[in-house]
Design a binder for this molecule. Structure first.
Ligand code: EPU
Length: 418
């Protein structure tokens, strides 16, 4: 297992190219299950999670080739309808195959994802939604067994906007008989990207990106070529790195419109953020002002950027309150940041972060994807060397992170675990 070594203290300068969004690529790859044929997806990030979903598709009978950020997927001959435990436990987003499998094959057997480091993360709303579309759902031996001859349109009201829940229902409803309305739908850019791909396949989805999505079921879909949008969370992570190291970074490949809450908070902290068609430039200021943050569903501040902002606040001037309202256990990075000298107190879902003048390098352990990214960021401004272990979490969601940081001037390398 590899580790990352970071020696802090260098302001980062230069240009970074943002990869395709993991959380857009995963549902778009799942959507290829909906119909037989050859799909070409471009700008797919080179990540463990993409490898996992391609393995899942291969297990269903599809072929999936991946080269130079292009995935060529052929779903002509699907003979299986099961997402096995061994793959789902590696990646909860495997549940995204449930809706498409059910719509195409009339049945699906998908291992129930357990809780994960950041929270219990149930999938009850996915299942209730599919039941509203006429599916019969049984939970047996740790698996969801879903069946329906043909799904029918229905009205779904989510208690909380769920991102993958909205995607699962949207995909299932494309081939249902009649009209489906999803109320209190999630509005993330990844949902719009998926709806655009589905519509190009022949689906009739209206108003994706708003709280009410309407899907008129169609009889057939056809394969398409599609391009994955830029990863707003990867972009946000590099933007924080610029502010944190008091450097200047230009990002290409990300859409500033997807990053409004992050840009707003960075400006409040004192960073200069400029957006032009070709990219986003972030220049850190000498003094980082502390700001309060509350995570919310899109277009609110993303929970996937909370850990990275906490590092920025750890070295800011003053006290910041960070409130996590999406996941119940998403402060696992705090104990590791404290070991690096951060002054953070937790009370319920609030973290009180008192800025300190310096962090100190230490051996730390990655616990989930975004927490891992926050430890790399902390290492960039810590004295001496930070050794981050268990970085397989990072490899799930950041394409070539250490190479991208090294190209910006960071002293960082990947080494085999000692
Ligand atoms: N929830 C339920 N029941 C459900 C579904 C969700 O109670 O049936 C709760 C969750 O436990 C959570 C809230 O609803 O408290 C919102 O969760 P959501 O379903 O939106 O999360 P998700 O779809 O499982 C996606 C991203 C996550 C991101 C969240 C929130 C993908 C593949 N994953 O997860 O990304 O944090 O939305 O924005 O799109 C990451 O990339 O690091 C990551 C964790």
């Amino acid at each position: 297992m590899d580790e990352i070594l970071v020696k802090g203290g260098r302001p980062l300068h230069g240009e970074v190219s943002v990869s395709g969004a993991k959380n857009a690529a995963l549902p778009m790859i799942a959507a290829t299950i909906l119909t037989g044929g050859r799909f070409v997806l471009r700008n797919v990030p080179d990540l463990k999670d993409i490898e996992t979903i391609c393995q899942l598709l291969a297990g269903l009978g599809a072929s999936a080739e991946f080269e130079d950020n292009t995935a060529i997927i052929d779903t002509t001959d699907l003979f299986q309808h099961e997402a096995p435990y061994d793959l789902v436990r590696k990646m909860r987003a495997s549940v995204l195959v449930l809706g498409p499998l059910l719509a195409r094959m009339g049945r699906a057997r998908v291992s129930l994802p357990g809780g994960c480091a950041i929270g219990a993360r149930p999938i009850n709303m996915h299942l209730e939604g599919l039941e509203k579309l006429g599916a019969s759902i049984k939970l047996e031996h740790g698996y969801v067994e879903a069946s329906a001859k043909r799904l029918k349109g229905g009205e779904i009201f989510f208690d909380i906007p769920t991102v993958t829940g909205t995607e699962n229902i949207m995909m299932a409803a494309t081939l249902a008989k009649g009209t489906t309305v999803i109320r209190n739908a999630a509005k993330e850019p990844e949902i719009i990207a998926l709806a655009e791909m589905l519509n190009r396949m022949g689906a009739d989805i209206r108003d994706a990106g708003s709280t009410v999505i309407t899907i008129h079921g169609v009889e057939n879909l056809s394969p398409v070529e599609a391009r994955i949008i830029g990863d707003r969370i990867e972009a946000g992570t590099y933007m924080v790195a610029a502010a944190l190291t008091k450097g200047k970074i230009r990002l290409t490949g990300a859409d500033p419109a997807h990053l409004k809450p992050v840009i707003h908070k960075l400006r409040e902290c004192g960073a200069a953020v400029k957006t032009v068609d070709a990219g986003i430039t972030v220049q850190g200021s000498d003094v980082i002002r502390s700001v309060d943050i509350k995570t919310l569903p899109y277009p609110g501040f993303p929970t996937d950027m909370q850990a990275q902002f906490m590092v920025l606040m750890s070295v800011a001037n003053g006290l910041s309150v960070i409130s996590e309202s999406i996941f119940e256990n998403r402060f696992i990075h705090v104990s590791e940041l404290r070991r690096m000298g951060a002054d953070i107190t937790i009370s319920g879902n609030h973290a009180m972060v008192k800025g300190v003048s310096r962090l100190s390098g230490a051996p730390v352990m990655a616990t989930d994807l975004r927490a891992s990214a926050s430890l790399v960021l902390a290492g960039l401004v810590a004295d001496n060397t930070t050794r981050i272990s268990r970085i397989y979490h990072l490899d799930r969601g950041y394409d070539s992170m250490e190479k991208k940081f090294a190209a910006l001037g960071a002293i960082i390398k990947r080494v085999p675990a000692s």
